[in-house]
Design a protein. Sequence first.
Length: 203
Amino acid sequence: MKITIIGGSQGTGAQVASLAHAADFEVTSLSRSGTGPDGIRAIAGDATNPAIVADAVARADAVVVTVGGTKGVSQPRTAITESVIAAMKESGVRRLVILSSLGAGESITQLPALMRPFITLLLGKALADHTEQEAAVRASGLDWTIVRPTSLNNRQPTGSWTALRVGEEGKLSGSISRGDLAACILESVTDHSTIGGALGVSG
């Protein structure tokens, strides 16, 4: 399987790339630095540049977007995701998984009530960007999945996590290791039951 990761040079994206490569996926990573784990095709460039994104997603079976914020740029996650969606449509690639954040959109209800005002205060701009990013994904007509983690940590992965859709019983709190989040994202790529769904995830 051929997978393209947008934002695969570090953090969760790099761990998705490593796991995909270990699972014998053919991995392409696009990031500003052009770095990535050994054994993958790494492209350096601006993920809002149509030509660069078109090259990165061409011939992919699935695309994963794991980008973070960019200083001085308004809603960078939304802009990049819209660029990726346009390139995917042009290339006929349908499977899209994006990394968002718990608290975006209606997922604020999945947090314990006492945490909601603090999350909104601390992460307001990022959550607004993620909410717009998610809206673009929902309107794309692609086979999409949204993954919304709680806070992240760098502890050793456990191999397990809790994933809930909005409306399912339970609340999500605490944190999840980047390794477990990466495994959840990669599992979602090939799990067609997650298509059209937004998963809140915690460790």
